[in-house]
Ligand binder design. Structure first.
Ligand SMILES: [Zn+2]
Length: 162
């Protein structure tokens, strides 16, 4: 697998910042986080839909960044990919005081093998206690019900209290 380099794009919307992270969260990212921290408003949405991988330095630097910016701000995470969720489940400090509003959850079709990342929204598709609210979707290609790459019991550990 070839790793994509880190990139970040910022949009302003009604006084909020919408920040799109993509590629690999690695040692190259921190300098950009520091610059970002200087300009963030009180309300921020961090979109991780383009994040394909995060390495151990990336995890450490992300925790430093979130600690730097979470005080006095409302931070929402959108479209967290499985690579992020897997790390957040091991390292709850990566989420800190932010709220995970939506995820892109990896699935595999048991019949044709198609891989997909399915958008799930808190309150609509999953609750706050590790349970799915919506039915498991069907494969886009062959309509067979997909299988989640991580079962609910592992996937939703980020919701543990405290
Ligand atoms: Zn299929």
């Amino acid at each position: 697998m070839e790793l994509q380099s880190f990139s970040m794009r910022i949009e302003s919307k009604d006084g909020s910042a919408l920040v799109f992270f993509s590629g690999t969260l690695n040692e190259e990212a921190y300098a950009q986080y520091v610059k970002l921290a200087e300009s963030l408003p009180k309300s921020c949405v961090f979109d991780f839909g383009g994040v394909s991988f995060i390495n151990s330095t990336g995890v450490r630097d992300w925790i430093k960044f979130i600690r730097l910016v979470q005080t006095g701000r409302t931070i929402v995470f959108e479209r967290c990919t499985d690579s992020l969720i897997g790390n957040m489940n091991l390292m709850p400090y990566m989420v800190g005081e932010a709220t995970i509003k939506s995820v892109l959850r990896n699935s595999t079709c048991p019949k044709c093998g198609a891989l997909d990342a399915i958008l799930l929204v808190q309150g609509k598709d999953f609750d706050g206690n590790g349970h799915m609210l919506s039915d498991t979707p069907a494969c886009r290609t062959c309509k067979t019900i997909v299988v989640w790459d991580m079962p609910d019991s592992e996937y939703f550990l980020f919701q543990r209290p405290g």
